[in-house]
Design a protein around this ligand. Structure first.
Ligand code: SF4
Length: 705
């Protein structure tokens, strides 16, 4: 075990708080506790977290020797149970089955599902493995559930998708920050230090149907909380655009010189006068006017979006409307102002740049672009024709599981599909239809428990690599301790499987060598990493992409031009599609799903940390006391939430933080408490983002008062 402290970053969210892990030295004469954390965690000074960590970060070392840690491959036997097996036996079995399925049903009968928590090196090698070793186009990842709408909107407007096109510290001097659908107060608490300037100026504006921890930061004159009807973010933004145009608040020079598309946008918002917006969103016309004037008042102004406005069937258009508003105010690229979207998963940014998306090659290149294919094929040492064409996005891929002409074998890396996917009941059925399910994980997640083969892999503190934070800054993940016996790095797993599948392409297992190959593959692409290397990261250089070879990094984008060929941003007219989302009928409530401070994503990791589980042991359906009284529900009572997609059973929690017409359910739990049992198959037609954030549900007490 290394005995020196390792400067690394948190295993969880995209803020990637810096931390120092120090191995715990054994005490002479004292028997060591096998389940005790083998490292201590200390916050480390870094521009994003300034030494702070949230509760998840402080307790993250508990994961390393958790009793549920997998330390041997598991293979399902004839008795239907998972049994320990040797690595050779498990990998031989996987390779043999993959070969058989491929030869019987074609290469696209094998699918790969990646994750936004994988290091850049793993995400890159997984995309290469799918296309070269498996020859399949069927690869996508859970970032489809997270960032796809924001990414589609950013690409459409700016020609590039980098969550924050500026360092987080830039927010410190802002006078006004508009947060749309993001609860950083719970999801990434150290972030709120960057909101202090806007709070002091009375300019923190939070749009959220719930009175969240973030919304409460606006109390006592520090800003404004706007609580619209769930799912009405798009009309709200169209109304704000209407107002800034009608009241001549737009930055005319900026719009003329740096954008195209104004006339179409002006026409598209003509009908969204404030009183109409009020009738749809419930937000007072006076409040809208106040907000529009505040945003246009000058000084440092930022507009930031999160999953609350993006995880919808109109998520791309809603994010586009937020961008339109920012462009009309002249914010993107202006010093001290800007627009951004807050990436959620640990490597949600890097995870969408290196080729694990169905339509993408490394460097954020389009897989259909002949020049991109030729470049990447050159790095991989193959003919461009060998690289399959575009695959299908995550939800479509999952729909095809076990179907004729669909995916019959699935490899899952860094995802817990039966908790985090929409319509999880259908996903479970699809997984059961498969001929082969292989899951790489460090715990037996709900998805791993259904697998034919489970391969135990290293955790963050046991591996080297890089991540790309929500700022587009590439940072180093460093090894603090030796992995337990029996555990392997995913790079090694992919290389071993590629060899067994007779793939002649190179699959390095050393992260630095993989990163060097990634750099070459990304060179000249949108997300160009070619000028970044481990040595400069280890020296502490702040490396923001694009960072071309021999050049320098780009902390701030858009100062002079946008990434479209003509350098101009696109104002894109969007509209409300009437039937996009069902509205509650009599006796029904709006369902809002979301996150808790104590848990991360599907909870597969955080539900194993005793302190976090004790604090939030179960899903609670939070509703307004008046609603509960009407429905005959007491605080703590068992309730059933049901709609045409499924049923959830959990306890009720009463709070005035939720509107009387809504119920909030966190999505970190599995089985009968899985919020995504209530989420259907509808997706955004542009980004394929599922409608996660709102729905219609009927709530019934199981033990009425
Ligand atoms: Fe980790 Fe995110 Fe918490 Fe920071 S805010 S400690 S990165 S979970």
């Amino acid at each position: 075990m290394p005995r020196t402290a390792a400067a690394t970053h948190c295993p969880y969210c995209a803020l990637q708080c810096a931390m120092t892990l120090t191995p715990v030295a054994p005490v002479a004469g004292v028997a060591s506790d096998a389940s005790a954390a083998p490292v201590t965690v200390a916050g480390r000074d870094f521009p994003t977290n300034r030494g702070g960590l949230c509760r998840k970060g402080w307790t993250s070392a508990e994961l390393l020797r958790s009793p549920g840690r997998l330390t041997a491959p598991l293979v399902r036997g004839d008795d239907g149970e998972l049994h320990e097996a040797s690595w050779d036996d498990a990998l031989d079995l996987v390779a043999t089955r993959l070969r058989g399925i491929r030869s019987s049903h074609g290469a696209d009968a094998v699918g790969v599902f990646g994750g936004g928590g994988l290091t850049n090196e793993k995400a890159y090698l997984l995309g290469k493995f799918a296309r070269l070793a498996l020859g399949t186009s069927r690869i996508d990842y859970n970032g489809r559930y997270c960032m796809s709408s924001a990414a589609a909107a950013g690409n459409r407007a700016f020609g590039v998708d980098r969550g924050l096109p500026f360092p987080l510290e830039d927010l410190d001097d802002a006078d006004t920050i508009l947060l749309l659908g993001t609860n950083v107060g719970e999801t990434m608490p150290p972030f709120i230090g960057h909101l202090a300037g806007a709070q002091a100026a009375g300019g923190l504006v939070v749009v959220d149907p719930r009175r969240t921890a973030t919304a409460k930061l606006t109390d006592e004159g520090r800003g404004l909380h706007i609580q619209p009807v769930p799912g009405t973010d798009l009309p709200l933004l169209l109304g704000l655009i209407h107002l800034v145009i009608a009241e001549r608040l737009i930055d005319v020079d900026y719009v003329e010189q740096r954008t195209v598309g104004f006339d179409a946008v002006r026409r598209s918002v003509a009908q969204w006068w404030p009183e109409r917006v009020q009738s749809v969103t419930g937000v007072a016309a006076l409040t809208l006017r106040r907000l529009a004037r505040r945003l246009a008042a000058g000084g440092g102004t930022y507009i930031l979006t999160g999953r609350g406005v993006e995880q919808h069937v109109d998520g791309t258009d809603t994010a586009t409307a937020a961008i339109n508003l920012a462009l009309l105010l002249g914010l993107p690229g202006r010093a001290g102002s800007g627009y951004g979207t807050l990436t959620g998963q640990g490597n949600g940014q890097g995870g969408r740049e290196h080729g694990q998306k169905c339509d993408q090659l490394p460097g954020y290149r389009k897989i259909t672009d002949p020049a991109a294919r030729a470049h990447v094929a050159g790095v991989w040492g193959v003919d461009p024709d060998v690289i399959p064409g575009p695959g299908v996005p995550a939800v479509e891929l999952l729909h095809s599981l076990g179907r004729p002409d669909g995916v019959r074998a699935l490899m899952v890396h860094g995802s817990n599909l039966v908790v985090s996917s929409p319509n999880v009941a259908a996903v479970r059925e699809g997984l059961a239809r498969l001929d082969l399910l292989v899951v790489c994980d460090f715990f037996l997640s709900e998805t791993g428990a259904l697998a034919d083969v489970v391969l135990p892999i290293t955790q963050w503190a046991e591996e080297e690599g890089t991540m790309t934070s929500l700022e587009g800054r590439v940072i180093r993940r460093r090894r603090a301790l030796t992995p337990p016996d029996g555990v392997r790095d995913e790079l090694w797993v992919l290389a071993e499987l590629a060899r067994r599948l007779d793939c002649t392409a190179t699959f390095d297992t050393d992260p630095e060598q993989v990163f060097d190959e990634l750099r070459r593959a990304s060179e000249g692409g949108i997300a160009d990493y070619s000028g970044i290397d481990y040595a400069m990261l280890d020296r502490g250089e702040a490396a923001y992409w694009p960072y071309p070879r021999g050049g320098s990094g780009t902390p701030r984008l858009f100062a002079d031009r946008f990434a479209h060929d003509d350098g101009l941003a696109r104002l894109v007219a969007v509209s409300v599609r009437g039937s996009a989302r069902p509205r509650p009928g009599s006796g029904e409530l709006e369902l809002i799903t979301g996150r808790l401070l104590e848990h991360y994503q599907s909870g597969a990791q955080t539900r194993r940390v005793p302190e976090l589980l004790e604090a939030r042991p179960e899903a609670l359906a939070t509703m307004h006391p008046a609603t509960a009284l009407r429905l005959g529900i007491a605080d703590g009572a068992l309730v059933e939430l049901a709609n045409r997609n499924g049923t959830v059973r959990c306890r009720a929690r009463l709070s005035t933080d939720v509107r009387p017409d809504a119920v909030f359910l966190p999505f970190h739990y599995g089985d009968v408490q899985a919020a995504n049992l209530l989420i259907g198959d509808a997706v955004d037609p542009i980004s394929s983002m599922p409608e996660f954030k709102t729905g219609v549900v009927r709530v019934t007490p199981l033990d009425p008062i």
